[in-house]
Design a protein around this ligand. Structure first.
Ligand SMILES: [Zn+2]
Length: 220
């Protein structure tokens, strides 16, 4: 759905989503980063390195090509741009990528265990359990290489000992996924304190996974 939008609309969405990510508490300080694929598909608008979210303006955003070279903007792109580019290169249908540090999802990333798909309709938005990618040092290309191994049929994956990556047709959809996963991680964490967490019947999640695939293939 990125084709119908103008470059200014994509930039405005990246800024709005980045500020909402901060307001929702999914990042702290200047950590995390948001990007959106620009019309034409060959460049990406991404948040800059080390700029606070709330005072950030459109002019702080940076446009890079799929090799990471800056084509527009005064700032340096996020140091974690590699994971964004890996997602855009691997999945042409992806139009938005978010890297965040949500508290509960990151607890699962430390335990290196998936956030299970045990809440009704979770799979519609996420595709299935949220897997944890192999550990890779932040800022290296290996982070993206490990992540894309898990994102062909998922809209989110955990980054071991670090945080989360979510993807979508737009940055706004990637934000929605990040919020759904974080909320589920919090609920699962609490439910486990209460006792056994029961699974949803496989058949139900299999059907929801079909809905997820259809939405992804159709740019939703
Ligand atoms: Zn990070």
């Amino acid at each position: 759905m990125t084709e119908a939008r103008t470059p200014d609309e994509v930039k405005a969405e990246v800024l709005e989503v980045a500020q909402e990510l901060y307001r929702k508490g999914l990042v702290e300080g200047t950590s995390g980063n948001v990007s959106g694929r620009m019309p034409g598909g060959e460049t990406v608008c991404i948040t800059p390195s080390s700029v606070a979210y709330l005072p950030m303006t459109i002019d702080d955003l940076v446009v890079i090509d799929l090799d990471g070279e800056v084509v527009d903007g005064e700032r340096s792109p996020s140091s974690e741009k590699g994971l964004h580019l890996a997602c855009y290169q691997a999945f042409p249908e992806v139009g938005g990528v978010i890297h965040s540090h949500p508290v509960y999802a990151t607890m699962f990333a430390l335990a290196r265990e998936p956030v299970p798909a045990v809440i009704e309709e979770f799979v519609v938005f996420v595709g299935g359990d949220v897997p944890c990618a192999e550990y890779a040092t932040t800022g290296t290309d290996a982070v993206g290489e490990e992540l894309v191994k898990h994102l062909a049929d998922r809209s989110a994956a955990l980054i071991a000992n670090h945080g989360m990556c979510s993807i979508g047709a737009t940055a706004e959809r990637a934000l929605h996924t990040a919020l759904v996963v974080e909320r589920s991680a919090q609920i699962v964490w609490g439910a486990r304190l209460l006792g056994k967490v029961h699974d949803i019947p496989d058949e139900v999640n299999t059907n929801f996974a079909g809905v997820y695939r259809w939405m992804r293939e159709n740019g939703m």
